[in-house]
Design a protein around this ligand. Sequence first.
Ligand code: SF4
Length: 429
Amino acid sequence: MSQVISIHKASSKGCTDASPLVERGQREVFCGLTGIIWLHRKIQDAFFLVVGSRTCAHLIQSAAGVMIFAEPRFGTAIIDERDLAGLADANEELDRVVNQLLSRRPEIKLLFLVGSCPSEVIKLDLSRAASRLSVQHSPAVRVLNYSGSGIETTFTQGEDACLASMVPVMPSAPDDAEPELMIVGTLADVVEDQFVRILNHMGIERIRFFPPRRAQDQVPIGANTRLLLAQPFLGDTARLLQARGASLLPAPFPLGIEGTTAWLQSAATDFGVSKERFDAAVAGPMSRAKTALSKAKLQLEGKSIFFFPDSQLEIPLARFLSREMGMKLLEVGTPYLHRQHMAMELAMLPEGTFLSEGQHVENQLDRCRAFHPDMVVCGLGLANPLESEGMTTKWAIELVFTPIQGYDQAGDLAELFTRPLVRRMRLAA
Ligand code: SF4
């Protein structure tokens, strides 16, 4: 542990003051509806009703195709051509669909009305609809709304919008409440359980996760709340939680050994955990992670990588791959750079790393082709054409769907990058 921390302390300012290339042009990313795929698995008594078109329904169905439940916790209220032409009362139709759904599915305790491009185009006021339906179905069901439309959101911003919509209805913690750690951002249950074990080992017992596994488990918020971000794409959610009195702990993101250690250290420092206790809690999982990473490093060291902007995980991933796996960063693209949340990540990136923010896909493809990297991280739409040009790609979406946070997932995270390289080597053999 001491060695890992000393790497961080000894590093220069890295990319702290770097100015990214800012591009505003055509983007190749999913819309925020995609977040429903992992959110509906997390909040088990919630339902996501997309108010959208058949295109939106197809997106969700095909992205979630492999995970369909007998009774899925998402659906689409289709706005058809009559609605788009303003011929039907879309509100009446929406109320009818919601009433039907809630009477058939009494286990639903939280219903999200999720806005889309079509609902925005016809200016359907979903926040009024949510208030109206909440009154009607209270106290059994709470109805909230957020936008996942491609006009307003990209990919992981859907989770930010969803969590942000929950903040105003969180109960207030009393002023004299004991300090409590709130880990913010969707994590797999298995990852949450591992973090709880490690934090408990340090003596930190009061831990909450947001979003909770059950919407009925209301998470109180107040001046006693310490926020630790588990995902890098939660700018609005963090801002609203801070406005409710919570304080944000400065930390990188829990990817790889170094990120996980510094992330846990941030909580440990705030809760006054001694060095001995911290070391004892992380020693076992850290040593397992070191073993797992040493194998992957043999494949990845010295290989070059290029990131197209997609999930906002790019900077933490680049930091992990360069510092712990020895990969060379050619370009690290991010859809949006939140300097405060990324401060420690930027400080750890090698000085001189080429950063870009936003996207002009044609320009970026030109840069990528000129570099001809060993690996490209990009969205599904770009992966196939680049593969056909002889490049090895990794789908950014997989990095969001797969549990990659924490020590016990560090090996799986590295393997997500070794697998495409191995596959291409086999094809070439
Ligand atoms: S919300 Fe917009 S971008 Fe997303 S699937 Fe629907 S129409 Fe397409």
